[in-house]
Unconditional design. Sequence first.
Length: 205
Amino acid sequence: MDNNLRDKILETSIELFNKKGYAYVTLRDISDALNISPGNLTYYFKKKHDLMIGVMAMQYEEYKNLNFSADVSIEGLNQQFLILNAFRKKYFFYFSSFTELPKLYPEIAKMQIEVVNDFYTLFINTFTIFVNNGIMKEELYAGQYEDLSISLLSINMYGTQEIILLQEFLPKQKSILSILWSLILPHLTREGMDMYSQMTQVFPS
């Protein structure tokens, strides 16, 4: 088995899924784009279902290698948002069909649950560290930052779909990154705001 060709099939599939939408890409489209025979493609992936599982396995492995950490600065959190944003762009078809694909593939639903739990825990732990370091204010009520974590999680996972739906009404410069920070900024202390201001002077949003 030629692993290089297998990887090229997966990478080309992602490109076509992003361009046309997953539902509108056939195995023939992929084999044509690679200039290989359909039989050569089905040697690696017999059905579109098998191909999709291969793409998701590649995506999940890449996600695990991103190594997000809760022990970061304001700038570090922003960098993680940027990394996640690039990841969303690379797998646009997935995030733009975040609710639909799990209905078709139980394997994806299982993966989503794990990833969602990872990010929820990541945000909770990040805010705990921020509070301890004087970067964020104490909670006004018990569970406030759990609610904030859920909001950030929802935007990160479902935001692509929402912006597609709202793009007619949103300013062109509006991004998921600016929406994320609009939720966090009111909870920063003066020290946290100073850190954010310094960061945006160096890396304008």
